[in-house]
Design a protein around this ligand. Structure first.
Ligand SMILES: [Fe+2]
Length: 268
């Protein structure tokens, strides 16, 4: 039975799905979406929501949206949770219009149980004035356990010199819109390396990428990618937030021991 007081988000980002050819000859975003579903079910994790923070397809591969949409619906059925997407700089708002959940634009607010999700469209690199006005209106009324805001471009910079200036353009506008609201957490992607931080006092969880990861020591003028697929498990309760990055690739376990089920009074 699911714990109602604990809200688990399966946070995926930067799928970079392609059609016709695999990304860099070997990365299959659609296959990785299937792998995530298998992994999460095997782990016994039962998320309340799946949030995908953009770059659903690789730029120029807009024909992949149909397959991405199907793969995300399959993933949602597999893990038993609704799937929500935002768009990244590789995404095409026009071609993404066929995605499940697309409204007049690709930003919207929804609720899952006691939590509100606000999904923003930063595919242009910034949040346009209409969206910011809409956001302030949505957040004017608090909801339940609070709000999780999801967008592609993180409002805080990456520590890598090559990525330090590619975050959300003019993040002060977002800070202004979120001020005094019930926002608990900001989920983002874009950097292809996991990162946690604070933005005007609000926790920011930059999810790892499902497609490839930054070679962190590639050099001050070089961007390079490892073939390494990760996602994140985010937990929100009334008074706690945690993020746990998980890698799809792993070696053989060093050990394996069966453990008895935990009771509310037992400690491990
Ligand atoms: Fe990306």
């Amino acid at each position: 039975m699911r714990e109602r007081s604990k809200f688990t988000i399966l946070h995926l980002s930067d799928v970079h799905a392609t059609t016709g050819e695999l990304l860099y000859g070997q990365v299959d975003g659609l296959a990785r979406l299937r792998q995530v579903g298998e992994y999460v079910v095997a782990a016994g994790v039962t998320p309340e929501a799946v949030v995908v923070t953009g770059d659903l397809v690789q730029r120029g591969h807009s024909a992949a949206y149909e397959n991405v949409d199907r793969a995300l619906r399959d993933l949602g059925e597999r893990v038993g949770a609704p799937v929500f997407t935002v768009l990244g700089n590789h995404d095409s708002p026009r071609h993404a219009a066929g995605l499940t959940g697309h409204m007049q634009g690709h930003y919207r607010a929804t609720t899952v149980g006691d939590l509100r999700l606000v999904l923003l469209d930063s595919s242009s690199g910034s949040l346009d004035p209409d969206q910011l006005v809409w956001l302030r209106g949505v957040l004017a009324v608090p909801f339940g356990m609070g709000t999780v805001v999801a967008l592609h471009h993180a409002p805080i910079p990456s520590p890598l010199p090559t990525l330090s200036k590619i975050g959300l353009r003019d993040p002060r506008l977002l800070a202004h819109a979120l001020r005094d609201s019930d926002t608990r957490l900001i989920l983002a992607g874009h950097y292809h390396h996991p990162m946690n931080g604070l933005f005007h006092g609000l926790p920011v969880a930059v999810g790892p990428s499902l497609a490839y990861h930054q070679v962190m020591n590639a050099g001050p003028a070089t961007v390079s990618g490892h073939d390494f697929a990760m996602f994140s498990l985010v937990q929100v309760t009334a008074d706690q937030i945690s993020t746990a990055p998980v890698s799809l690739q792993a070696g053989h376990p060093l050990f394996s021991t069966t453990v008895p089920p935990l009771t509310s009074t037992s400690h491990r």
